[in-house]
Design a protein around this ligand. Structure first.
Ligand SMILES: Nc1ncnc2c1ncn2[C@@H]1O[C@H](COP(=O)(O)OP(=O)(O)OP(=O)(O)O)[C@@H](O)[C@H]1O
Ligand SMILES: [Mg+2]
Length: 278
């Protein structure tokens, strides 16, 4: 597993968890303590969580309930103080350093509320970055990055710089960058928090598309019950514990920014965006 460099994660998945139908995420008794002594904070106090392949989950809960902490552990950015975590059938509980970052790079993608695109790079070059870090050859990564931009409906804006994009478009470029390496798990922390309602809907529609078309497992932290209504399953954290875990009834569909079923098809909305001044 430490040797996995498969950018599309295919090599990694072969004959393993997906084929055998095991869960993508399996957490048992996950605890996270910050600090020690009387000042210690139990950010997570025993979380048991199973998430399958191609699930779309919303993670809700009041401020300080442990949502971001859980996302960091899920995404191998941090390790639990206690408990066991298996990702794709691999015990990653104690994984650290290069092994953790390689597995993270090939399997996990992050989308945050704050959109971090490098201002000096075009949209295409921003999407290429993680592929360059993974030492993918130039021609292959250009092709992969183009495809990822098309998968978010922004193939036509590849040459734009971040300051020539709307907030919603910039977030979609960030999503293209996240999916370019071919992850299995997309973790999003308030991805629509900085966007107006319409741009937020576009991002939700895009998540539903990526979930459906690519079979991505998506976990989105949100404070917004309407955002959660777009998922299939809603999990609520309180004081570092899961207090509710339910199927979403009356799931909402957001309009797809891709329009037609072909991910490369020219979408109506993007066609409109193209006419916007650069
Ligand atoms: N690095 C840290 N050091 C100490 N305490 C921390 C640290 N990170 C988080 N905490 C504490 O752990 C608890 C959970 O924090 P977390 O950031 O996971 O909450 P959250 O649910 O994401 O909240 P919000 O909705 O405000 O983002 C809080 O009490 C927080 O103060
Ligand atoms: Mg948080």
């Amino acid at each position: 597993m430490a040797e996995n460099r498969g950018l599309d994660g295919v090599g990694d998945r072969e004959g393993s968890d997906a084929a055998q139908g095991t869960r993508l995420i399996e957490m048992r008794g996950i605890a996270k303590r910050y600090g020690s002594g009387p000042a210690a904070v139990m950010a997570l106090a025993g979380v048991d969580l199973d998430v399958g392949h191609a699930e779309m989950v919303a993670l809700l809960g009041p401020s300080g309930s442990g949502k971001s902490t859980l996302m960091h552990i899920l995404g191998l950015l941090d390790r639990p103080s206690d408990g066991r975590y298996r990702l794709g059938g691999v015990d990653v509980t104690r994984l650290r350093g290069g092994r953790a970052s390689r597995l993270r790079g090939s399997r996990v993608a992050f989308v945050f509320q704050a959109i971090h695109l490098l201002p000096g790079l075009t949209a295409l070059a921003n999407v290429e970055l993680p592929l360059a870090y993974a030492r993918m050859p130039r021609a292959a990564r250009r092709e992969r990055a183009r495809r990822a931009l098309e998968q978010v409906g922004l193939g036509h804006l590849a040459a734009r710089y971040p300051n020539q994009l709307s907030g919603g478009q910039a977030q979609r470029v960030a999503i293209a960058r996240a999916i370019a390496p071919g992850p299995q798990l997309l973790l999003a922390d308030e991805p629509t928090g900085a966007l107006d309602r319409r741009s937020g809907e576009t991002v939700l529609g895009l998540f539903q598309d990526l979930h459906r078309r690519l079979g991505l497992t998506i976990i989105t932290v949100t404070h917004d019950p309407v955002v959660a209504q777009h998922a299939e399953r809603a999990i609520r954290l309180e004081d570092g514990r899961i207090v509710a875990d339910e199927a979403v009834v009356g799931r909402l569909r957001a309009p797809s920014p891709l329009g037609a079923d072909d991910p490369g098809a020219a979408p109506t909305e993007s066609a409109r965006e193209e006419k916007a001044p650069a």
